[in-house]
Structures are given as structure tokens and as C-alpha cells.
Design a protein around this ligand. Structure first.
Ligand SMILES: *[C@@H]1O[C@H](CO)[C@@H](O)[C@H](O)[C@H]1NC(C)=O
Ligand SMILES: *[C@@H]1O[C@H](CO)[C@@H](O)[C@H](O)[C@H]1NC(C)=O
Length: 218
């Protein structure tokens, strides 16, 4: 009996952190849930959108800076390139306002529907109509100047991003996160912004200067 109660407590713990699918696989008193014991197995918190739904791989979202003076993230061509490749943030001034470009969080293994958890690997891909010429210019990367652009590749470990929880409170918003660029073997760099050539560009910044972001279903 005692063992079963422990299992139910374990279940409640898992219930607060795990997807329903995993739960249905594991709830039974005969097959007790094994709680994570090593760092490798810790169940990381889910990322949530503005509807309080978990953010999922393969679903479209608008990434938005909820600060006053913030705006949605979008893709544009600002340099007479053959393809749009600038990852910009709208700002509430005429000509720079807008509703953003939808993105999907993706992984190299197809796991559509899987919940995105804090500090797990994602690639960020704009979900836009594109021309055959520009099909490879939708995935985010950070270029040599530490500016976020497209032209990354799903599966290229230099183009890995992660999402981290913050304690930031902004009126009218919840579930506010920090984006990190996490190439291998260097520490993750926070994503922030800078005004360059009259556009708000996403760039890597030192940790205190990150831009807060929320995710809104697109
Ligand atoms: C943003 O969306 C709203 C509502 O759909 C629309 O009225 C508005 O024109 C859009 N703004 C821009 C800059 O596209
Ligand atoms: C896009 O990438 C694929 C795979 O690397 C490549 O075969 C294809 O030629 C690229 N397309 C363009 C337009 O660059």
C-alpha cells in the first residue's frame, strides 16, 4: 500500500511535468514510475504559449517581444540580397510596425507534436511561402558578425537555439522567455536586439541584455 501511495505522489509530480502520452504509458502501481535520479533524466519544464498551451514542434508561432516598444519578429530583405535573410523585430513606429512572420520550432528528427522543453535543442524556421531559389533561407543562424539571419540548416549544430524561462513580469503577458544561441563547445549566448541601419535586428548579446519573448499561436 505504501509503495502505491508513493507511486501516486510520483505520478502527481510527473503529471505536472510530463506529456499525457508519456503518462498513459507509465501509470500503474505494478510498474512504479521511476523518478529521475541523474541530471540526464531530469524532466525539464515545458515552454508555454500565450494561451497557456505547451509550445510544440511543428506548430506555427509568432515570436514577440512583449515590452512596450517591442513587437513581433519577422523576416525581411534589407540588403538587396537574392533572398530575404534578415531576422528583425517590428517596433511601434510607422513603416516598422507589423504582425510578424510565423516560425516553427523544428528538430532534425521528425517529432511533430512533441512539446518543447526549456533548454532543449530547437532549430527555428520561418514558415513562409518561398521561392525554389530561397528554400534554404528560412532557418535561423547567427552569422560571423553575431547577427541573427536565415541560411541556417536543421541538423547543423552551429544553428542550435534553446529557450530559457525568465521571471520577468510584463502587464498583459505571461510565460516570458529568453532565446539562446547554443553552438557546440561554447557557452550559450542570449539573443537581444540592436538598431542597425534603421532596423531592429536580433543579435547575440551578453546575458543581462537579452530581449524577452513570448510565443503566440499563428
Ligand atoms: C496586422 O493584422 C491586422 C489584423 O489582421 C491588420 O488589420 C493589419 O493591417 C496588419 N498590420 C500589418 C502592418 O500588416
Ligand atoms: C538547398 O539545400 C539542398 C540540400 O543541401 C541542396 O541540395 C539544394 O541545392 C539547395 N537549394 C538551393 C536553391 O540553394
Amino acid at each position: 500500500m505504501k509503495k502505491c501511495i508513493n507511486n501516486i505522489l510520483s505520478l502527481l509530480f510527473v503529471l505536472s511535468t510530463l506529456s499525457l502520452f508519456a503518462l498513459s504509458e507509465s501509470f500503474s502501481c505494478e510498474n512504479p514510475i521511476v523518478l529521475p535520479t541523474s541530471d540526464d533524466n531530469i524532466i525539464l519544464p515545458e515552454i508555454y504559449d500565450q494561451d497557456d498551451d505547451p509550445v510544440r514542434i511543428g506548430t506555427t508561432y509568432i515570436i514577440m517581444n512583449p515590452n512596450i516598444g517591442g513587437g513581433a519578429v519577422y523576416l525581411d530583405n534589407i540588403g538587396h540580397h537574392k533572398c530575404p535573410n534578415a531576422v528583425l523585430q517590428h517596433i511601434p513606429v510607422p513603416d516598422l510596425m507589423g504582425n510578424g512572420t510565423a516560425v516553427m520550432f523544428v528538430r532534425d528528427k521528425s517529432d511533430d507534436g512533441e512539446v518543447v522543453r526549456v533548454m532543449t535543442v530547437v532549430y527555428i524556421k520561418f514558415f513562409v511561402e518561398t521561392t525554389p531559389l530561397c528554400v534554404n533561407e528560412t532557418v535561423w543562424k547567427v552569422n560571423d558578425e553575431q547577427i541573427v539571419v536565415t541560411g541556417g540548416e536543421v541538423g547543423n549544430e552551429n544553428d542550435i537555439f534553446k529557450i530559457m524561462k525568465t521571471d520577468i513580469k510584463i502587464r498583459g503577458y505571461k510565460n516570458i522567455y529568453k532565446l539562446l544561441h547554443c553552438p557546440p563547445s561554447v557557452k550559450c549566448n542570449a539573443i537581444g536586439g540592436t538598431i542597425k541601419d534603421e532596423h531592429f535586428r536580433l543579435v547575440t548579446v551578453d546575458d543581462q541584455h537579452f530581449v524577452p519573448f513570448v510565443f503566440i499561436k499563428a
